[in-house]
Write a protein of this length. Structure first.
Lengths: 343, 450
């Protein structure tokens, strides 16, 4: 069975001697078709080798021959290939040029430390939050916003404080007015419980858990969220595309997309942002801002790799636990107090 | 398309390139259109005109013109992207039955599906570009820095390949390259399964969102893709039949019954999967999964789920395709329209239910559930996207020959029947009383080659 492209001139399978006059020009090159040449032609160009004495049956004509418009819209193969080559060449060239003028930095090796003298290897940074000690003053939230240029808008926070309150009717509500930045009123602000007097409550400071099995790093389609050698998860503001995938992937709600505000972290609006445990401070030997300002020591931070450190002792002796371990992300923020006692 | 010095010839129509002559020709063309068509184009262009400023407002990163919040980060634009992307896949899945597997009755779907698929995919990319704050970085980042651990990266890869394949498929179809067309159709059919499955995985891998998490999300996405693609073909082919466009006879005799068959299949499969999802959610031991499902079936999403999704989007279309009285082109059209609207609502409720469970994000406590209302910008963009697809497809329908492709004619050659050959014999050799016009075999010209 002959199989040919139909646009390549008369086919040998078409018996010229037996073909009616109307069938003769059937194989006119489509690229050269004009309205005149596009007149319907009534023969099948490629048939199952009909017997020479039989005329080519008109009703077997492919529709394209009856619809000349199809054949008129022809871009030559050369032009098509040329276009394809130009696209491929352009992409290859862009990839080559990016070596000299890097749009993105290499991800094959860990990024260099922010502080050159800092050696991240061997660190086991650990954060412990004591929800029994927290008084909900909100100083940590203010300090974080100030330290990291987070917008004043309470809708966006790297760290915040939640109040788990039991009201007079015995119901439990969670609220966090302005992220706890200005403390908490004596009445609940939770939806559906506004104005209800709070009988008892505990405060739960929240921040990025710096998970060991972090979903935010694995789902990022462009590698903008990465982990440093000492386990801190950071966002490269030059690479983030603002898709929000990491925001919905974080089980602890630690991420948000920065608004175009007067001040924003990294001066780049629309990208993912989250707590970095003040990486620029800890790599210089300081404490995170929130830990430093906490008046009651509800936030503890340190290198658990040092067995003599306060944090290592705390972990060893009081056995803090992670929030919501069922997500399986192995958070490195551990909690003491009612936050984990209830669970 | 032929480019000459001062004009371009498209489908046999010379279109002048000189501005004044082009304007005159355009005016003449508009005047020659039927009034209804002029009105149709005016409505579509008006909708697009509303969407353009909305799109410009959505472009600058961080302007907060969308209704999304940190607790509800994915909104109507993501819904629109998912809807158009899966519809693209569904179009190829439905038409692959004829193109790839050679089932004759599905052959009439070939050319129109390719145009629609290309349009839907470019629209999907346009919507996601408006949702992303830095879309250019996405293009370069995905190419230069592969992130194979991310389903979103794979989704970009597969839909990127899909776009290339569709471009080649359409090109080969209009330039009559049957072999290239056959290969690209096969590739498109394979990608049409992989791409929506990966899109399902984008949601399915998220442990943080129990309503989305799990392998069934990918299955549901592929099934929804099949349903929406088939339903869109149902809407389009009813238009072909009703307006007597090219191939109207085959639309009524072959395409619409074929679409009804596929639609029935898609509706039943999707209904089963939606039922499974609800039962699994209500009986789940994971509190956030159970809460999300309860909010879907008995909470703020209930009217969308029961009223729009289940009754209008599934139950009524199933009845329309099942009852003998409504097994008509109009019945299939109504079922298709409802089914495709149902898939859109399904994507809305799906995206919403994944984020609605009580949570706290970046200092925002969403209790008893997260709230989201799409902004006017988002609504205008989605309406504009629909209008864009409709406008370009209408133009294609008017100015291109979208009659059934014969690209496969050289690949699947029929053997002419004896009756046909006899009918074409010279009159003196034919038995008395038979003729070309009187033979049953010649009443459907070209049927043998399709």
């Amino acid at each position: 069975m002959p199989r040919r492209r139909r646009s390549r001139g008369p086919t040998a399978a078409t018996p010229a001697s037996a073909t009616p006059a109307s069938a003769a020009p059937v194989m006119a090159a489509p690229a050269m078709a004009t309205p005149a040449s596009a007149a319907p032609v009534m023969a099948a160009p490629v048939m199952a080798a009909p017997s020479p004495e039989l005329p080519v049956p008109a009703e077997l004509v492919p529709l394209a021959d009856l619809a000349p418009a199809i054949t008129e819209i022809s871009v030559s193969r050369r032009r098509f290939l040329g276009f394809g080559l130009a696209v491929v060449g352009g992409l290859t060239g862009a990839a080559g040029l990016s070596r000299f003028f890097p749009v993105f930095e290499e991800t094959s090796s860990a990024p260099p430390p922010i502080v050159p003298a800092y050696d991240p290897v061997g660190k086991a940074w650990t954060f412990v939050v004591d929800s029994a000690a927290c008084i909900g003053c909100g100083l940590c939230v203010v300090a974080c916003k100030d330290e990291n240029a987070v917008t004043e808008d309470g809708e966006f926070a790297r760290t915040w404080v939640e109040r788990h309150a039991v009201t007079a009717d015995g119901a439990t509500y969670v609220d966090s007015p302005e992220g706890g930045m200005e403390g908490f009123p004596s009445t609940s602000t939770a939806p559906g419980a506004e104005g209800k007097t709070v009988d008892s409550a505990y405060f739960e400071p929240r921040l990025c858990m710096q998970c060991e099995e972090s979903p935010c790093t694995s789902v990022c389609p462009v590698g903008a969220t990465y982990r440093t050698a000492d386990g801190i998860i950071l966002v490269d503001p030059r690479r983030c595309i603002g898709c929000g995938y990491c925001v919905v992937a974080c089980p602890y709600g630690a991420r948000y997309l920065t608004p175009a505000a007067e001040q924003s972290p990294n001066d780049t609006p629309g990208i993912a942002d989250k707590c970095t445990w003040c990486y620029h401070r800890i790599s210089r030997g300081s404490l995170p801002a929130c830990v430093e300002v906490c008046p009651v020591g509800a936030r503890k931070f340190g290198d658990a790799a040092d067995p003599e450190s306060e944090i290592a002792t705390l972990v060893r002796e009081r056995h803090p636990k992670p929030l919501d371990p069922e997500f399986g992300t192995r958070p490195r923020v551990l909690y003491l107090g009612p936050s984990v006692e209830e669970a | 398309m032929i480019l000459t010095g001062r004009s371009v010839i498209l489908a046999g129509r010379p279109i002048p390139l000189e501005p004044r002559a082009a304007a005159t020709a355009l005016g003449r063309e508009i005047a020659s259109m039927p009034r209804g068509l002029r009105l149709w184009f005016a409505v579509l262009l008006g909708t697009i005109a509303l969407a353009v400023p909305a799109a410009l407002l959505a472009l600058p990163p961080g302007w907060e013109v969308l209704g999304t919040t940190p607790t509800f980060e994915w909104g109507l634009l993501i819904v629109g992207y998912v809807f158009f992307a899966i519809t693209t896949s569904g179009l190829c899945l439905a038409s692959s039955l004829g193109t790839v597997f050679g089932i004759e009755r599905f052959r009439p779907l070939e050319k129109r599906h390719a145009i629609l698929a290309l349009l839907c995919l470019t629209t999907a990319f346009g919507i996601i570009a408006l949702d992303l704050h830095y879309p250019i970085r996405m293009v370069f980042g995905a190419v230069l820095i592969p992130s194979p651990s991310s389903p979103m990266w794979w989704m970009g890869v597969f839909y990127g390949i899909y776009l290339c394949v569709l471009v080649v498929e359409v090109w080969s179809m209009f330039t009559n390259h049957p072999r290239i067309h056959q290969v690209t159709c096969t590739m498109a059919a394979c990608t049409a399964i992989v791409a929506p499955a990966t899109l399902g995985a984008v949601f399915g891998v998220l442990v943080a969102r129990p309503f989305w998490h799990g392998p069934f999300t990918a299955v549901l996405m592929v099934a929804s893709a099949f349903l929406s693609g088939t339903a869109l073909l149902g809407v389009v082919f009813y238009g072909v039949h009703r307006l007597r466009l090219a191939g109207a006879e085959r639309a009524a005799s072959l395409a619409i019954p074929s679409i009804r068959l596929l639609l029935s299949l898609g509706l039943v499969v999707v209904a089963t999967l939606v039922g499974r999802q609800v039962v699994a959610g209500l009986t789940s031991e994971l509190p956030s999964f159970r809460e999300a499902t309860e909010l879907l079936v008995a909470g703020p999403l209930a009217w969308q789920f029961w009223g729009l999704r289940v009754i209008l989007g599934l139950a009524i279309p199933i009845l329309l395709v099942a009852l003998p009285a409504t097994r008509t082109p109009v019945g299939t059209f109504a079922a298709s329209l409802l089914a495709i609207a149902g898939v859109f609502v399904d994507r809305m409720t799906f995206v919403a239910a994944g984020q609605i469970a009580p949570t706290s994000v970046a200092g925002n406590v969403a209790a008893p559930f997260a709230v989201y209302s799409p902004s006017l910008v988002e609504i205008a963009i989605i309406l504009g996207a629909v209008a864009f697809v409709a406008l370009v497809y209408s133009l294609a329908e008017r100015y291109l020959d979208l009659n059934e492709s014969d690209a496969h004619a050289a690949v699947t050659l029929p053997v002419p029947s004896l009756e046909r050959i006899r009918a074409l014999l010279p009159a003196r050799r034919r038995p008395a009383g038979t003729g070309v016009a009187g033979g049953q075999a010649v009443q459907d010209p070209g049927a043998g080659v399709r």
